[in-house]
Design a protein around this ligand. Structure first.
Ligand code: ZN
Ligand code: ZN
Length: 340
């Protein structure tokens, strides 16, 4: 089959689909043999009993009334990329170069008291507490006037950017719009003024109509491998109803997402042999909701291929897996599980 170029309307970028050589799950299977890890480690800063090894917590979530045992803990990052402040002053360096003070927030969400637990293996009621922490942090950080973007992300495994096994995700609030949000907002606003429609609502509709890249469709969420996926097995969990801010998700949405997120991660781990991965929760700030013609969504990127010089030099990604093939294997896994 010939390679082809596909246009990603949300990123305003072309992607090269080079699926003629590899692309089947077996070409990627990494079969990571993690040494079986214990459920508690005496010098792990995120394990219960070691709370004094981290800065004081910003928020705690418990399973039930018993508040002596935390389930999810939000703490400032001990080595933050940005530090809280009053306002982010613009400045010019050497008269010409523009800069902004490194004001912002960098937080860690400890997702479980159990050192070796994975989200893919968690009970939905426990995942729900992680999502609640995300919702609250987006709300709280959106209140700071100098915060322009909030990015929630998870690095799972060394090639995804972390050496800490204890399940955790991170939140960074920046004093400028992130480069990606600035570009995507521009594209979405331009689309809206031209089509009088939200681009992300339309992408959901197009993916639904095609059906070939769909993994799951529920009451609140549609899950698919986007038409112009930049990465092999890149997966989006997108709200069906228009919503640009994650913290405005309703009760039913939280419940559905608490089941969908671990389920999708389980499929990826099972099909690709437990790869490292990132997920990113893209969202507008709480105060922007309604104004922005784009969606919050969760993007999952298994770290199974390496970014090379071409990507860095051209900004164009080469994806060796057709999203149609990725979606097919992810759906098949689902059917197998149902048949069990
Ligand atoms: Zn631990
Ligand atoms: Zn929309």
């Amino acid at each position: 089959m010939m390679a082809e170029l596909r246009f990603d309307p949300a990123a305003d970028e072309w992607v090269i689909m080079a699926h003629e050589r590899i692309g089947r799950p077996s070409d990627f299977e990494v079969h990571q043999k993690h040494k079986p890890a214990p459920s508690w480690v005496d010098d792990c800063p995120f394990c219960p009993g070691n709370e004094s090894l981290t800065p004081p917590e910003l928020a705690v979530y418990c399973k039930n009334e018993d508040t002596s045992k935390w389930q999810v803990r939000v703490i400032p990052n001990k080595f933050p990329a940005l530090n809280p402040g009053i306002s982010a002053e613009k400045r010019f360096v050497d008269k010409y170069f523009e800069g902004v003070e490194g004001i912002g927030h960098h937080e860690v969400v400890v997702e479980s008291p159990i050192h070796n637990e994975k989200i893919s293996e968690m009970d939905p009621s426990d995942v729900e507490l992680i999502l609640k922490a995300y919702i609250d942090r987006v709300r709280v950080l959106s209140e700071r006037e100098y915060v322009k973007s909030v990015v929630i992300f998870k690095n799972h495994g060394p090639s995804a950017g972390t050496s800490i096994l204890h399940p955790h995700s991170q939140i960074i609030a920046t004093p400028t719009l992130t480069n990606q949000m600035r570009k995507r907002l521009q594209v979405a606003v331009e689309y809206y003024s031209r089509m009088k429609n939200c681009l992300y609502c339309d992408i959901n509709k197009w993916e639904h109509e095609s059906g070939r890249r769909i993994i799951y469709e529920g009451k609140y969420f549609i899950v698919f491998n986007p038409y112009a996926s930049h990465y092999s097995y890149e997966t989006w969990i997108s709200p069906i109803e228009h919503s640009s801010c994650f913290s405005n998700i309703n009760r039913g949405g939280v419940e559905e997402l608490s089941g969908v997120l671990p389920d999708i991660l389980r499929r990826i781990e099972s099909i690709l042999g437990n790869p490292d991965y990132n997920y990113i929760l893209h969202t507008a700030l709480n105060r922007c909701n309604g104004d922005w013609p784009l969606h919050w969504y969760i993007q999952i990127v298994p770290r199974i291929s390496v970014i090379g010089g071409f990507e860095i030099g051209s900004g164009t990604y080469i994806n060796p897996t057709l999203p149609e093939d990725a979606a097919k294997s992810m759906r098949t896994y689902y059917q197998l599980k149902i048949a069990d």
